[in-house]
Design a binder for this molecule. Structure first.
Ligand code: COA
Length: 322
């Protein structure tokens, strides 16, 4: 049986850091409020010339270096992003050019904060069915570009960054299952209400911002993530005690704690980066994975549960042997 196995991880955060104290000078908020409600202490923000593809490229190169793979080995590129460099070509095509890879399929996936899990699910299906042998799967965002920096209910939450994995065909166990879902009826609870075909001039003017009914999103997220971890455990017929690490989407420490409680996992088995990164949307899970791989927490053979929830609503999970 062919599995898709992660053989390399990489991450990239922009140099510029915005702390809660910096935000206190921009909107009516406090470090105490932000930390208590979200767990976030700081976030990284891209420079004016720095793009999603710049961050994606750095993360991808690091993942390829860890995997010992060069450009000639990559036969599929998927980039999960909600903040692409251009309307088109896709960020995946721009990344393909930067890495001097030519000819393989390259496309973006747009599932907001669930984007990386969606991209991983798609790449897994390519590899299992023989359509690819060595895929680059990236989550990359410059969310700071669609944040209204005068809106205290959203601007304290988000950050920029990129994470990447190399996913290879293997006879050894890798991804065991992915579970992808969406329900478009919740579009208005978390969205950028303007887009290319509805309000192009406002998009061009940089006036298309994230809007969110935070409280309602919070409740649906906690319930939905509880259900998706049950679905994943049942599908694989495994007990929650077998999971070595929970690597959740990093939106809010209270949402992460609720899912950990549901899985009866102590917080020292949960990879948490939200305090340092904020919510980097599609980048948050691969960034968290990369941190935990490089600091030696996640080790070969560990059983990992990834789960995410985002605008759409979209939600999903992946169970994998690292
Ligand atoms: N600083 C200080 N006060 C703030 C604030 C800020 N940055 N943002 C909102 N407030 C105020 C509100 O105006 C409100 O004041 P009021 O009671 O006078 O009206 C009060 O704090 C409580 O607001 P509320 O929205 O009920 O707070 P909350 O406990 O729900 O926390 C979030 C707000 C956004 C942190 C929380 O709802 C959340 O995390 N939601 C999920 C968001 C998310 O993860 N989205 C992405 C999913 S991928």
């Amino acid at each position: 049986m062919t599995y898709a196995r992660i053989t390399g991880t990489g991450g990239c955060l922009p140099e510029k850091i915005l702390t809660n104290h910096d935000l206190e000078k921009m909107v009516e908020t406090t470090d105490e409020w932000i930390q208590e409600r979200t767990g976030i202490k700081k976030r990284h923000v891209a420079g004016p010339e720095e793009t999603t593809c710049d961050l994606a490229e750095r993360a991808a190169r690091r993942a390829m270096e860890m995997a010992g793979r060069g450009s000639a080995d990559i036969d599929l590129i998927i980039v999960a992003t909600t903040t692409p460099d251009r309307v088109f070509p896709s960020t995946a095509c721009l990344l393909q050019k930067r890495l001097e890879i030519h000819g393989c399929a390259a496309f973006d996936v747009q599932a907001v904060c669930t984007g990386f899990v969606y991209a991983l699910g798609v790449a897994d299906r390519f590899i299992r069915t023989g359509g690819a042998k060595c895929a680059l799967v990236v989550g990359a965002e410059t969310l700071s570009r669609i944040v209204d920096w005068t809106d205290r209910t959203t601007c304290v939450l988000f950050g920029d960054g990129a994470g990447a994995v190399v996913l290879e065909a293997s006879e050894e166990q890798g991804i065991l299952s992915t579970h992808l879902h969406a329900d478009g009826r919740f579009d208005n609870l978390l969205h950028v209400p303007k887009g290319v075909s509805t309000a192009y001039s406002e998009v061009l003017a940089g006036e298309a911002y994230i809007e969110m009914k935070g409280n309602e999103v919070f409740k649906v997220a906690v319930n939905t993530l509880g259900r998706i971890v049950d679905e994943t455990l049942e599908y694989n017929d495994i007990d929650q005690a077998e999971i070595d690490w929970l690597i959740p989407h990093q939106a809010n420490i209270r949402i992460i704690q609720a899912t950990a409680r549901k899985l009866k996992m102590p917080m020292d088995r949960v990879v948490v980066t939200v305090g340092e990164h904020g919510n980097t949307s599609a980048a948050s899970i691969p960034l968290a994975l990369d941190v935990a791989v490089r600091d030696g927490r996640v080790r070969p053979g560990d059983l990992l549960m990834m789960e995410a929830f985002g605008g759409g609503f979209t939600w999903g999970s992946a169970l994998l042997r690292f």
